[in-house]
Ligand binder design. Sequence first.
Ligand code: MN
Length: 227
Amino acid sequence: MKKITCILIALFALQIVKAEAQTISFEFPALPYSYDALEPYIDKATMEIHYDRHFRAYYNNFVKSVNENNLNGKSLEEIFADVSKYSAVVRNNGGGYYNHSLFWTIMAPNAGGKPDGKLFEDIEKTFGSFENFTKEFEKAASTQFGSGWAWLVVDENNQLFILQLPNQDNPLMDISPKKGMPILAIDVWEHAYYLKYQNKRRDYIAIFWKVVNWNKVSELYANALKK
Ligand code: MN
């Protein structure tokens, strides 16, 4: 009788583990502000099309690719760590889903300026000065040929570095030349700025600093630091 009870408990526990593994589901996050909240820097039409069409398409295609590639139960981080093993559909749409989910949160209305505390100190230590950091980040964003993103990343030794990557690649992916935890990113696909800035990518990059949500970036930085 006791043995049967033990077996039943073990089976029950297994079911819970299995259920938890299957409950990893990918949510479509709400935009944390209205479409016109970042005006005049990022216009309402661009935000609406970017969030509701481009981002939604990446999300839908990613969820579909997770099912088609039997990746159910894996986290985004696990998928990215082995992304070179999967089809390009997973890489492009998983990246598109993660990158934009991050991007919406690191922007905010009435934001901009500079970070404070440890992030500011560590940026100055790493890049010489905050101004020099913005110059290097802008350079990475403006010289990314074609579509892609520029990133501020924390590596495994808690060092900050800047990276440019094409398409929807990101620094969590095994194909990234340098890996780490992203804490700031700018989308330099034309769909992110063309309606307002047309071919003037540099103008869009320059105004990006007006909308950076440094509180959020600092929070991501604190979480990324390995103790
Ligand atoms: Mn985009």
